[in-house]
Design a protein around this ligand. Structure first.
Ligand code: IMP
Length: 236
């Protein structure tokens, strides 16, 4: 039997075979038949301090009393599943395997998807210019690849998947998207990654020209977080 997880907007879904969940041993407390209490601490499956701070800010801004803690030792994970949700799940499982069964783990995966490139770089966003993970090189490559693409064909969106795995072995997946277009040249000094090239819909400035709080109102991560926050609020 398969358990299907679906994002709030139904855009992406994936299934996990129940025997796989059971075989992991992580589903053990499910048999107790009691829902776990609302998490007060969530372990983020990343060693990236910037991400931890960003999620903590999102939690604080949504009024949720939850502490986001970084993975003390995030094991290396090959992001090779071909989907945002699959990659997030791999990260969550890799960290969860190192922690006590009653911990909550959150993993994310995100990227920029360009219509004229058939959705690329997408799940490959972090490695677009090669496996060296150099975000300046990634930005340069996307700028060059898009150089001759006319104004009407520069649509792109950022996509974020958040996967929360609880003590009972249950997983919930939340998704967020921010639509926009790509600028011709990188502009702006804030943010990271592809921020200087991406102009969100309804704006004239790139992500990299917005303040952190302006970006947090519209970003793909903030939108995915909103779904997660609503889920956390629904706990008794
Ligand atoms: P990951 O989600 O940590 O695997 O990162 C995916 C890649 O997508 C990052 O290395 C960035 O290149 C890109 N990315 C994800 N979110 C953003 C963003 O908010 N701004 C700019 N680039 C981003």
């Amino acid at each position: 039997m398969f358990v299907t997880f679906r994002g709030l907007n139904g855009l992406e879904a994936f299934s996990v075979a129940e025997p796989v969940l059971k075989a992991s041993g992580l589903s053990q407390p499910e048999s107790r038949g009691t829902a776990p209490p609302r998490p007060q601490v969530i372990h983020l499956a990343t060693g990236n301090a910037h991400k931890v701070a960003e999620f903590q800010r999102l939690a604080d801004e949504s009024g949720l009393p939850v502490k986001i803690v970084p993975a003390a030792h995030m094991p290396p994970v090959d992001e090779d599943t071909g989907t945002f949700a699959g990659n997030a799940r791999k990260k969550a499982l890799a960290l969860k395997a190192l922690l006590p069964w009653d911990t909550w783990v959150l993993a994310d995966d995100s990227g920029v998807c360009v219509e004229a490139l058939g959705g690329a770089p997408g799940v490959e966003s972090a490695y677009y210019a090669g496996p060296q993970h150099d975000s300046a090189a990634n930005l340069r490559k996307l700028t060059e690849v898009m150089r001759e693409v006319p104004a009407g064909r520069r649509a792109a969106y950022f996509h974020c998947v958040l996967l929360l795995r609880g003590p009972d072995g249950q997983e919930r997946v939340f998704e967020g998207r921010c639509e926009g277009v790509l600028a011709r040249e990188p502009v702006g000094g804030q943010g990271f990654g592809y921020d200087p090239l991406f102009i969100p819909a309804g704006h004239e400035r790139t992500y990299a020209q917005l303040s952190e709080s302006e970006k947090n109102l519209i970003s793909h991560r903030a939108r995915a977080w909103a779904g997660l926050a609503a889920h956390l609020r629904s706990f008794p």
